[in-house]
Design a protein around this ligand. Structure first.
Ligand SMILES: NC(=O)c1ccc[n+]([C@@H]2O[C@H](COP(=O)([O-])OP(=O)(O)OC[C@H]3O[C@@H](n4cnc5c(N)ncnc54)[C@H](OP(=O)(O)O)[C@@H]3O)[C@@H](O)[C@H]2O)c1
Length: 313
């Protein structure tokens, strides 16, 4: 499977009214955003069963059904929801199988291109869950299998059972923690890495403001996220301003700079970029081919060294 350097992230397309929602979202805008990204050459979408409790997968199916340039579809399991809209973790083999069948139905496909364990919880069931994923692959229900939010020890436990195609970790200039151990491990062991929240869920787009954060709807999870609260918020918005300045030199947006910052790391295969409208696609699509110079990477590192607690390269 050959994927483009950026893929469409469909979390916010799940909409609001669930624990990790992004406030109200118009499905027609989500579908138009997916079409705009596909028309500009993006060839994959990342979703999850839990996004909008099945809604994001249904929107993806509506958007890509009947398209000639059908993208690869990646989804995830292990966060299970019930009729009362309560979410729990499961890595039990029978639960993963049930989840896979439900995702195939919602996505209206015979095979999922990449099936990922969303979170390694509960930890003692990691082996059982990964064994179930390997069986689904052997049966052809899914083409490739990956993990998300796993640490090195958990990845090693899985690799003893079956190969891991990809890891999906958080990674941005605000959250570079995976640089310490996880990215070098994946690079060394040739595990693909598709990073999530490269713009820290909107903070590094160059359009986020304190006024907007103060007005997030009740059902936008970002109201509760530490990086959207002081003292982190002011510093994060300053970093977005620096990215805006760097981008302006090339006629690129701060978001494109933030995504390019993640793609500069040799372990990173591609970045998953969340979009909610065709206008937002237009503002980030340049990240498909925009790359930072060594001097610009150093500028961002200098800001981080001065203003953030961990120094990074
Ligand atoms: N495996 C996991 O645990 C996990 C966790 C998180 C994310 N993910 C995946 O990674 C994807 C991307 O992460 P993410 O959605 O958190 O964050 P992101 O890509 O860092 O940010 C996306 C958000 O930025 C804003 N935005 C996008 N383009 C913009 C533009 N041109 N101008 C202004 N604002 C713009 C939108 O939010 P607003 O308009 O609302 O500001 C959008 O929802 C998700 O969709 C999901 O597929 C996976």
């Amino acid at each position: 499977m050959e994927i483009t350097p950026i893929g469409i992230g469909a979390w916010a397309m799940g909409g609001g009214e669930w624990t990790f929602g992004w406030g109200p979202q118009d499905d027609s805008q989500s579908i138009a955003a997916i079409h705009a990204a596909l028309d500009r050459g993006v060839n994959w979408i990342d979703t999850a069963a839990v996004y909008g409790l099945g809604h994001s997968e249904e929107v993806v199916a509506r958007a890509v059904g009947g398209r000639s340039n059908r993208p690869y579809t990646f989804t995830k399991c292990s966060l299970v929801f019930n009729d009362k809209r309560e979410i729990s973790n499961s890595l039990k083999a029978d639960s993963i199988r049930r989840e896979c069948e439900a995702s195939l139905r919602r996505l209206k496909v015979d095979t999922i291109d990449l099936y990922q364990i969303h979170w390694p919880n509960p930890d003692p069931d990691v082996e059982e869950g990964w064994g179930a994923m390997a069986k689904l692959k052997a049966e052809g229900k899914v083409r490739w299998i990956g993990v998300s939010n796993f640490n090195v020890a958990q990845i090693e436990r899985c690799r003893a059972i079956a190969p891991i195609t990809s890891l999906q970790p958080p990674y941005s200039a605000i959250s570079p923690e995976v640089e310490d151990e996880i990215l070098p491990y994946c690079e060394k062991n040739r595990i693909g890495v598709i990073v999530y929240s490269p713009m820290k869920s909107g903070l590094l787009t160059g359009t986020m403001t304190k006024a907007r954060v103060a007005k997030f709807p009740e059902d936008d999870f970002r109201r509760r996220a530490p990086s959207f609260k002081e003292p982190e918020l002011s510093r994060n918005l300053e970093l977005a301003e620096l990215m805006k300045t760097i981008g302006a030199r090339h006629n690129r947006s701060a978001g494109e700079v933030a995504i390019a910052w993640t793609l500069r790391h040799p372990a990173v295969t591609a970045a998953i970029v969340g979009v909610r409208s065709p206008g937002q696609v237009a503002g980030v699509i340049g990240a498909i081919d925009f790359r930072l110079t060594a001097a610009e990477i150093a500028e961002i590192a200098a800001f981080r060294q001065q203003r953030m607690s961990t120094a990074i390269s």
